[in-house]
Ligand binder design. Structure first.
Ligand code: SF4
Length: 377
C-alpha cells in the first residue's frame, strides 16, 4: 500500500463496511482520490447518470447502463467498480473479459423495475402462454423481448427462447426484429417503454395487453391474448411513472415556450404530451444541440436534471425538472461516497468486496440475447 493511502486511512479501524458508514463526508474525497491513484489502471469506476454528484465525480466513464457495461469491457482493468444498480453490474459481468471482476459498492442498490419481473413469474407466464398454444418453448409464436433494466435471469430467459435485449434507444429496432420472426411480443419488464414503442410504430393501444403476474392468467382473457400483438409485463420505473400529464400542463403554463422532454419509461399519456422523448443519453444530446436561450423541463431522475441544470446554465440554457417535487431514484442513491471508499480501499489490498457474478449458463444465454441486440445496431 502506498504511503499516501496509508496516511489518509489512519482513521480507518478495519475493513468492515460499518466502520466506513460513520465516516464524515468531508473526509471521503481525499480517501477516494488516494485509493484511485493507488489502484491506477487496475480499477475502472463507472458512474450511471443518476448517481449523486459526490460519487459520479470519481467515475472514469459516465453514461447509461449499456454504454457503461461496454466501456468497462473495452478496458483492461481487473476491477470494474459499478456505481449503479444490481442489474447494471450483472450486465457488466456478462460483457466483461475473462479475469475481470465486477463490484457493486452497495449490494442493496437494486432496481424496483427489474425486481418486478422475477424469473419464476416469467416462467409461469410463458407456460400459460404455451398451454394456450400461443407459443412453444423455443419462442415459435411469441418473441420474448426484455429491456436492459432486467435481471440477468430474464435476459437469459429471452436469449434461450429466440428473443433479445433492448435499450430505450433501440427498442423500436428490437420490436421490428421481433416482429420479423413472430406475430407477437412478450415485452419485459417495463410496460411504459413497451407501450410507447409499440404505439410509435403504429400498433394501436387495444392491441397491447398488460400481463399482471399476480392475477390468474395475467388478468387477461384468452381472446385478448390471442388478438394482442404486444403482451406488456406489468412493471414500471418508480421514478419515471411519477410524472403525470398535469405536470406537463402546469410547467407550460408557468414557463411559456418551454420544451418538455421525457424518458420513454414515463407513462404513455405524458409521452403523448411531450415535445420530445428519448433515452438518458438522447435527452442530454437534445439539450446540448439546442440553441442558447432554450428552456427545457425534463422528465427523468432528479440528480441528472440538476446536474444538467448547472452544466447547461454555462451555455445560457435553462433545464428544470418536469415535476417540482423531483423524482429521486432511491436505489441509485444508496451508493454513497462511504460505500465507494470502502470498495476501493479494500481493492488496494486485493480484497474484493461485493463481487457480482452471474452464473455461467445464465451468462451464456444473456450474451446470446445481447448479441442479437448488437445485430440490430
Ligand atoms: S431510475 Fe427506475 S429503472 Fe432506473 S434504476 Fe431507478 S428504479 Fe430502476
Amino acid at each position: 500500500m502506498s504511503t499516501t493511502v496509508a496516511a489518509v486511512r489512519e482513521r480507518s479501524v478495519s475493513c468492515s463496511l460499518d466502520n466506513y458508514l460513520v465516516l464524515p463526508d468531508h473526509t471521503m474525497d481525499a480517501r477516494i482520490a488516494a485509493a484511485r491513484r493507488e489502484l491506477g489502471a487496475r480499477a475502472v469506476v463507472l458512474g450511471h447518470h443518476y448517481q449523486r454528484d459526490e460519487v459520479i465525480r470519481f467515475a472514469d466513464f459516465r453514461g447509461d447502463s449499456y454504454k457503461l457495461a461496454q466501456a468497462a469491457g473495452r478496458t483492461n482493468a481487473a476491477y470494474i467498480v459499478f456505481c449503479g444498480v444490481h442489474f447494471m453490474a450483472e450486465s457488466a459481468d456478462i460483457l466483461a473479459h475473462m479475469g475481470q471482476q465486477v463490484i457493486l459498492p452497495d449490494l442493496n442498490a437494486g432496481c424496483s423495475m427489474a425486481d418486478m419481473a422475477e424469473i419464476g413469474q416469467v416462467e409461469s407466464c410463458w407456460e400459460q402462454l404455451m398451454a394456450l398454444d400461443l407459443t412453444d418453448d423455443h419462442g415459435r409464436g411469441i418473441t420474448p423481448l426484455t429491456y436492459m433494466n432486467s435481471t440477468a435471469a430474464i435476459k437469459s430467459f429471452c436469449g434461450e427462447r429466440g428473443g433479445l435485449v433492448c435499450t430505450s434507444s433501440n427498442a423500436a429496432a428490437a420490436f421490428k426484429w421481433a416482429f420479423a420472426r413472430n406475430q407477437k411480443i412478450l415485452f419485459l419488464p417495463d410496460q411504459h417503454l413497451g407501450r410507447n414503442t409499440a404505439f410509435a410504430m403504429g400498433i394501436p393501444l387495444e392491441e397491447c395487453v398488460v400481463w399482471d403476474p399476480f392475477m390468474v392468467q395475467g388478468g387477461v382473457t384468452v381472446e385478448k391474448l390471442r388478438s394482442a400483438r404486444v403482451i406488456l409485463w406489468k412493471g414500471h420505473c418508480s421514478v419515471h411513472q411519477r410524472f403525470l400529464p398535469e405536470h406537463v400542463d402546469k410547467v407550460r403554463t408557468r414557463f411559456p415556450g418551454i420544451q418538455v422532454i421525457v424518458h420513454p419509461e414515463c407513462r404513455w399519456e405524458v409521452c403523448q404530451k411531450a415535445d420530445g422523448i428519448g433515452s438518458t443519453e438522447r435527452l442530454i444530446k437534445m439539450i446540448a444541440d439546442a440553441p442558447e436561450g432554450s428552456k427545457f423541463a425534463v422528465g427523468t431522475e432528479i440528480h441528472l436534471v440538476n446536474r444538467m441544470g448547472k452544466d447547461f446554465a454555462k451555455e445560457g440554457k435553462t433545464v428544470i425538472t418536469l415535476d417540482e417535487s423531483g423524482c429521486l431514484c432511491t436505489t441509485m442513491f444508496r451508493i454513497s461516497p462511504q460505500h465507494l471508499c470502502w470498495a476501493l480501499e479494500n481493492l488496494t489490498e486485493d480484497n474484493v468486496v461485493n463481487r457480482i457474478q452471474v452464473p455461467e449458463e445464465v451468462k451464456y444465454w444473456s450474451r446470446v440475447a445481447l448479441d442479437r441486440m448488437l445485430e440490430i445496431g
